[in-house]
Structures are given as C-alpha cells and as structure tokens.
Ligand binder design. Structure first.
Ligand code: G6P
Length: 475
C-alpha cells in the first residue's frame, strides 16, 4: 500500500469491540475527526494509521466503508507508559493549565518515544513518494521529526487538538526541547487558537534558539515551519439533518416526559474528565435549587458523563467525587420521582445525543480549559428553531467564536450561578438573537472548512518536497 495521503492519530476511527457472543468486530467511533477527514481521505485514496484500543496483536490493514485503515497494536506496557502515562498523566494536565498535577516519569517518556518511533516507521512504510502525512494530536508530537528523518521527501502537517500552554507552564517539562524539536519536523503546525501558536513560536525561539518572524520558524538547514491557528469544528449539516429527523424529535419529547415535563432542562455532556468543570457546575445548579430560585418541578440537570481513561488515577478520583456530589444533591434536594440531577455515566449514539440536544433548554459547558469543545457547537447545530441557551466557559476555545453564549468563568461560582439563572429566565427574543448569530458562525466554519483550510495551507507552503493533496469533492 502506497498512499498519497496518510492520516496518523493515536486512535483509529473505529474501535475494536467484543459482541455478546464473544466474537470481535469494529465499531465506528463517533468522533468528529472521522467525518472531517473522511471526504479528503476518499478523494486521495488515503490511509489512516492508529491504535484500535486494547492489546490485540496481529491485526491486518482493512477497509471500512471505503476507508483504508491500518491498525497499530500496543502492548500492555506501551498502554501504561505511552497512553495512560506520558500522554494522559503528563501532557494532558500540563497542557490544560495544570488543572491536575502532571507527573514526570522517565520510563513514561521512554515509552512515549518508542511508540512515536513505531508510528513514524509505519507512516514511512506506507506513504508514497512525495505524499502528505497529517499527524494528529498530543500523543504523537515526536512523529513529525522522526518521520522527516526517515522520509525527507514527504510533506508533513501536524495538528494539536488540545491547548498549547504558555512558556511558564511548558518549561516544567524535562523533555521540553525534544517535544518542540519533534513538532518542528512538520512543515505546518496547526493549533486551535492564535494564542497557542504564539506560545509555540515563543518557546521555539527561547528554548531551541531558532530565528522566528511572526508565524514562521527558520531552521538552520534552510527549511521554514509555519505555526498557525485552524479552529476545529463539527459536521454542521450532519447534525442539523439528525436534529430534523422525526424519530429524533419524538425521542426528545419522550425524554422530556420521562423527566416529568419540567419547565426547563439543563444539560451537560462531557467525557468524565477533570478539565471539564463538572463538579463546580453541578454545585452551582444545586445552590440555585437550595436558594429556591426554582425547584425540582421547574428544572432538572441532566449530566451525561462519558467514561474515559478509567485506569488513570486522577480519573478514578474524579469519578468518586462526582458520584458523591450527585448522591448528596439528590439526597438533599430531590423528591420521590424528581431527582435534582439525572446522572448518566455512559456514552450514547449520535441520534440519542441529538435528541438530548433537542430536549435541552440550557446547555452548560464549563471547562476549566478546553482546546475547542465540540459539544457546544453540536448543541448550536441542533437548535434549528433558533432557541435554547448556551452557557459557555471563557476558557473553552469555542468561546472565541461563540461570543453570543452566556460566557462564564468556571472558577467563579457566583458568576456561574448568575449566568445559569439568566439563561433560565431569558425570553424568546433574547434566545433567538443569540442563537441565530451562533448558528451562522458554526454553519460557515464547519469541519470541512477546517480540513480544507489546513490542507490547502500545507499544500501552499513552499517546500522542495511533497506534492499537494487534492481537495475533497464538494457534495
Ligand atoms: C481528546 C483528545 C483526543 C482523544 C479524545 C478521547 O479529544 O484530543 O486525541 O482521542 O480526547 O480520549 P482517548 O484517551 O479515549 O483517546
């Protein structure tokens, strides 16, 4: 297999799952990245390299719905050191403003390096002469440089889906220079926000000593690297289509009834992650009930917490904390058949998510730090009647685009309570004014726009290597 476009991510767009009868199969993962990259992968007959989860070995390349997928296995030790350890115990908290304390372990770093090397070698093996390789996210920051060493003919792009921290935090990392040099193997390094790109450029100047000018880095070998923002988005049309379906709206109605037809439904949807601010948001809602701004007949908070990284210690601690808080709030504030919080520790298919978005009057997205937050954009896409309120943290990347949301500082409990209450009381005109503007933004800057812009920019970079990829056909 020699492909002109190679996408490499820690995860494949499908997960390996075991059915009830014990047989194993593949399930399409619901993530936005698949719908973003699918059209351009098809147009270029591209291949996707990634880990399917678990420790199964000997998995062969295969096609899924016309996409060429190349599974990379990981041993139990690699999962522990590279995935749970360095990626999610070191980099994840470090890149999210130290919301939790990052741990620095030399064995984790070694595991990260060797998995990155293996991924780079696989890319080098399958990429055609002059191909484009697009490396995704913080788990693979060394791949660009490792790959360039093996295959200088390639055009290499890198995109970071999470925040990139300011120098003051990043420089705690014992391997800071190696990571920066890893990223500099790319021709184009993409971030969610301009501030992140600036952080990167500044660090490269200070820590690696390369000359920089605006968004360009000049390397001693004559190559230039560009660092810029490409805010990611969602498949707006796809979500809107789902939201219009009769079955989805019937399900939304059913959800309301099952919740006892409260006047207002608040909704939170997150991976169960300590960056998401779930605890503070539920406490704020609880205090509004306690202070009698409304009662459990008026309002309920539905919190969907998608299980995530369950073997990592900080995630276990968080789960216990949320379990306890929900129990306490329901015990103190609920009545028979009327809990204050309806808590679901589970993941749901896209149809069910769309029904929840249709049912919810107030969407509450309050991370302490978030690269973008696609849930906020999905909610907006589903509100085709220009109604529904969005309460959004200032510290989510999405806040730079969704200015008409009720913007909150998630560390400020009183501020958050005030915003939740305002959103609860807002009249139709106010809701329409805000939602209409936000829908316009998200529909224009959808995920196709994101992928097309990044790849067009990568193709434009004056490089003496690599041929540009074809843009996806517009449907
Ligand atoms: C974030 C990261 C992704 C990651 C996803 C799910 O969105 O940016 O790279 O795949 O979380 O996390 P997981 O650890 O399950 O892959």
């Amino acid at each position: 297999m020699h492909a002109d476009l190679v996408v490499v991510a820690n995860r494949l767009p499908v997960d390996r799952v075991e059915l009830a009868d014990g047989t194993r199969t593949w399930r399409r993962s619901p993530g936005g990245l698949v719908s973003a990259l699918e059209p351009v992968l098809r147009a270029n007959d591209g291949v996707w390299i990634g880990w399917p989860g678990g420790t199964e070995t000997g998995l062969e390349p295969f096609d899924d719905d016309g996409l060429h997928l190349l599974p990379m296995s990981m041993s139990a030790q690699e999962i522990e050191e590279h995935y749970e350890g360095f990626s999610n115990g070191t980099l994840w908290p470090l890149y999210h403003d130290l919301v939790a304390k990052p741990e620095f372990h030399r064995e984790w770093w070694n595991g990260y390096r060797s998995v990155n090397q293996r991924f780079a070698e696989k890319c080098a093996e399958v990429a055609a002469e002059g191909a484009t390789v697009w490396v995704q996210d913080y788990q693979l920051q060394l791949v660009p440089q490792m790959l360039r060493e093996l295959r200088p003919d390639l055009r290499i792009g890198f995109y970071l889906h999470i925040p990139f921290p300011p120098a003051e935090l990043f420089q705690q990392l014992p391997w800071r220079r190696q990571l920066l040099e890893g990223l500099l193997g790319a021709d184009l390094v993409g971030f969610q926000l301009p501030g992140a790109a600036q952080n990167f450029i500044r660090l490269v100047r200070q820590r690696v000593g390369h000359k920089t000018h605006r968004d360009l880095v000049y390397l001693p070998d004559g190559r230039t690297v560009r660092a810029a923002a490409f805010p990611i988005s969602i498949d707006f049309a796809g979500f809107e289509e789902l939201a219009h379906r009769e079955s989805v709206n019937a399900r939304a109605k059913e959800i309301r009834e099952q919740l006892g037809n409260p006047r207002k439904i608040f909704l939170g949807v997150d991976r169960l992650d300590y960056t998401k601010g779930i605890y503070a948001r539920l406490r704020s809602f609880g205090e509004l009930l306690r202070d009698a701004h409304f009662d459990v007949d008026d309002a309920v908070f539905v919190q969907v917490a998608v299980p995530s990284r369950e073997r990592v210690e900080q995630y276990r601690v968080l789960r216990d904390e949320i379990d306890r808080l929900v129990g306490r709030l329901n015990g103190d504030l609920g009545r028979i058949g009327r809990p204050a919080i309806s808590y679901l520790h589970s993941s749901f298919p896209r149809e069910e998510m769309a029904a929840l978005y249709r049912a919810a009057d107030i969407m509450v997205v309050t991370p302490y730090r978030d690269g973008m937050n696609l849930v906020a954009k999905e909610y907006v896409a589903c509100r085709y009647e220009d109604d529904g309120a969005l309460v959004l943290s200032e510290f989510a990347g999405a806040a730079e685009e969704l200015r008409q949301a009720w913007l909150v500082n998630p560390y400020d409990m009183n501020g958050m309570k005030a915003a939740l209450l305002e959103a609860y009381k807002a009249d139709q005109r106010e809701l329409t004014r805000r939602m209409r503007a936000m829908r316009k933004t998200v529909s224009t800057n959808d995920v196709r726009h994101w992928a097309d812009t990044f790849l067009a920019e990568l193709a434009r970079i004056p490089a003496d290597h690599g041929k540009p990829v074809k843009p996806a056909k517009r449907s």
